[in-house]
Design a protein around this ligand. Structure first.
Ligand code: IMP
Ligand code: MG
Length: 172
């Protein structure tokens, strides 16, 4: 039987996102910042985050996928959609739903650096450290989770449950 164990309510998420947005607004005051959301998981987080920011931003999206499916990354990352706007010499904040092994973000970080960004920082809704395989530095995290497969607020399992307003630990 599939079980949904509550991890964060809608209200808790809102407070966490507002808190991280405050930090980003302070740290990046006076900078021209580009938010690059990682599709599809970050679509809700990015749209809430940017409305809490107190600085002007540009927004773009990338989509990466790893071969294979299920609940872990294979490590073979493929870029399905790249950046449309010119990021040369600009400050970029990658906005991700969840960092697990860190392989997707390591790939995206390098890709964005290679596109000529001046600075690249990472902001994630959830930092899940148990299975980390890289030494990627997460600059901003709303919530640190030790383990478990999480769904809701953009996060999916086989494309399901993204629409849930809260975040749940999915037990299959
Ligand atoms: P990584 O490359 O292992 O860090 O995996 C990153 C990607 O895997 C995330 O952007 C998610 O799309 C997906 N992922 C990893 N853990 C979870 C989870 O607990 N729930 C939903 N998606 C996840
Ligand atoms: Mg993702």
């Amino acid at each position: 039987m599939t079980e949904f164990i509550p991890v964060l309510t809608e209200e808790e998420i809102e407070k966490l996102v507002a808190g991280v947005a405050r930090k980003i607004s302070d740290d990046c005051k006076g900078q021209d910042l580009i938010l690059i959301g990682v599709l599809k998981g970050a679509f809700i987080f990015l749209s809430d985050l940017c409305r809490h920011l107190k600085i002007p931003v540009n927004v773009d999206f990338v989509q990466a996928s790893s071969y294979g499916c299920g609940t872990s990354t294979s490590g073979n990352i493929k870029l399905n959609k790249g950046i449309d706007i010119d990021i040369r010499g600009r400050n970029v904040l990658i906005v991700e739903d969840i960092v697990d092994s860190g392989l997707t973000l390591s790939y995206l970080y390098e890709h964005i650096k290679n596109c000529g960004a001046k600075t690249v920082k990472i902001c994630t809704l959830i930092d899940k450290r148990e299975r980390r395989e890289t030494d990627i530095h997460v600059d901003y995290a709303c919530y640190v989770a030790d383990k478990g497969f999480l769904v809701g607020y953009g996060l999916d399992y086989a494309e399901n449950y993204r629409e849930l307003p809260g975040i749940f630990h999915l037990k299959l």
